[in-house]
Design a protein around this ligand. Structure first.
Ligand code: SF4
Length: 457
């Protein structure tokens, strides 16, 4: 690293999976001897980490890129790099349109980014010079799997995502992720378990398993690994630290009794599961290429609720997809109302270039907006009942922050950023997992008082 210590600002956009990639970038940049700063005002290098999943995210990424380019013009010796899914999807077009950017790196090209910052230090850090780049900018380099994972620094964080795989082999008609992130690529079990232990030793209390879809994990490794073999081992590691294990991005079309049993047999697993149905009308599920039916998914909803006591099921749906007429939407509402998911999110269909659905006529934007509103109304109705029914119940809470002298946290039923919050009263401090009693509730907020010591265990 040059005499003058480099000061790097990482502008984070995107999803939990990209969040993990960003941790590797920060860890790597730090170990190159650069200093991470909290704003471009104090930086001489800006890295913009981008999402390209849907139009809105791409818009946000372009704005952040142009802001960084404008910042670059305002001072000498300034550098701008763009990472993540925009380069993985549009590198050649972007390089032509925004030549001021000094380098474009897919989410699987962290090693190449570090080399661009300081080739000598990076080769020393990655203790090699010649690893062949991965076959897709979104896929990680198998040779560097462990050395890159070891770069991750999460001190001071109570929660960390653990990415168990990259890419996706499904072909949902509306989704560009297989193009952006490439074919499914499982991380090796040993690498995942070592990372989990490093996170727990660094003080993380909640590990959140993530991937584009977790059910296919291990199938491409050819060593008998499956998600059913991985989760109980991960749970044991987390249980040793009295932590929480949470699973996001399951893939309902791939559910099986062995998977549900593995969830039930996994120590430290919170009674919560992300079960994204995307829709509930069979004609629309067919148009989406989901390869499943409502009856098939209903079966697992019932079995999960029978098998895992007090489980909270989160789901998300897409409205306005080509093929969703008035009748199909009515079916969606009727089945959502009957299933009463504990957490319900909705997205409006976004026509994505290169996807099969983009060649079909979608529902008008106005209609999609009003349908999304109807789903959110239903979600609020259900939430009102769900939250008031929690009053008086015991609940475990991960205490996270203090705001205006109030301890805030999340219950076992709340994933970060998408679900509800807990206002905690009584003994406790951030980073602790405590048991409490729900004293009051309103939609998306639980008021919880610390339980007496006799109830802590
Ligand atoms: S499972 Fe479908 S929606 Fe999910 S990432 Fe894969 S292709 Fe996209």
């Amino acid at each position: 690293m040059s005499e003058q210590e480099r000061r790097v600002y990482l502008h984070r956009l995107g999803c939990p999976k990209l969040d993990v990639d960003n941790d590797l970038v920060e860890g790597g940049v730090g170990q190159l001897g650069a200093r991470l700063v909290d704003s471009s005002d104090d930086a001489d290098t800006v890295i913009v980490s981008t999402c390209a999943f849907i139009g809105d995210a791409q818009q946000e990424a372009v704005e952040a890129m142009l802001e960084a380019v404008a910042w670059k013009e305002l001072g000498p010796n300034r550098t701008v790099y763009v990472t993540g899914c925009m380069p993985a999807r549009y590198r050649s077009e972007l390089a032509k349109e925004v030549p001021e950017v000094d380098g474009w790196f897919g989410s699987g090209e962290t090693a190449e980014l570090l080399r661009s910052i300081d080739a000598v230090q990076a080769d020393a850090l990655l203790n090699e010079t010649t690893s062949k780049p991965s076959d897709h900018p979104g896929r990680f380099n198998r040779d560097l799997e462990d050395v890159l994972a070891a770069l991750r620094r999460v001190e001071g964080k109570t929660t960390a995502y653990l990415k168990i795989a990259e890419g996706c082999d499904r072909r949902c008609a509306y989704c560009a992720i297989p193009t952006i992130r490439g074919p499914y690529q499982s991380r090796r079990p040993g690498s995942i378990l070592s990372e989990a232990n490093r996170l727990l030793v660094q003080g993380v209390r909640e590990i959140i398993v993530t991937a584009e879809e977790v059910n296919s994990w291990g199938r491409d490794l050819g060593d008998g690994s499956t998600i059913e073999t991985l989760l109980p081992k991960l749970g044991e590691a987390v249980a040793k630290h009295d932590g929480w294990l949470r699973v996001l991005y399951t893939h309902p079309p791939l559910f099986s009794e062995s998977f549900v049993q593995a969830l039930a047999d996994t120590p430290a697993l919170v009674p919560y599961l992300d079960f994204p149905i995307e829709h509930a009308d069979d004609r629309v599920l067919k148009a989406m290429g989901r390869g499943t039916s409502w009856d098939f998914m209903q079966r697992w909803i019932d079995l999960l609720r029978e098998t895992i006591d007090g489980i909270a099921l989160r789901t998300s749906v897409i409205v306005g997809h080509p093929g969703e007429g008035v009748a199909e939407f009515a079916t969606l509402l009727k089945r959502l109302d009957a299933a009463r998911f504990d957490r319900l999110g909705v997205f409006r269909y976004s026509s994505e270039e290169g996807t099969r659905a983009s060649k079909k006529e979608a529902v008008s934007e106005d209609k999609a907006i009003s349908r999304a509103d109807e789903v959110m109304e239903l979600a609020l109705d259900h939430a009102t009942d769900w939250y008031s029914a929690r009053i008086g119940q015991k609940v475990d809470v991960l205490l996270e922050t203090v705001e205006e002298k109030t301890l805030l946290g999340r219950s076992v039923w709340d994933a970060p950023d998408v679900d509800g919050d807990v206002l905690w009263s009584g003994e406790g401090s951030p980073g602790e997992i405590r048991r409490g009693i729900v004293t009051d509730a309103e939609p998306f907020v639980l008021h919880v008082r610390a339980a007496p010591p006799s109830m802590e265990t």
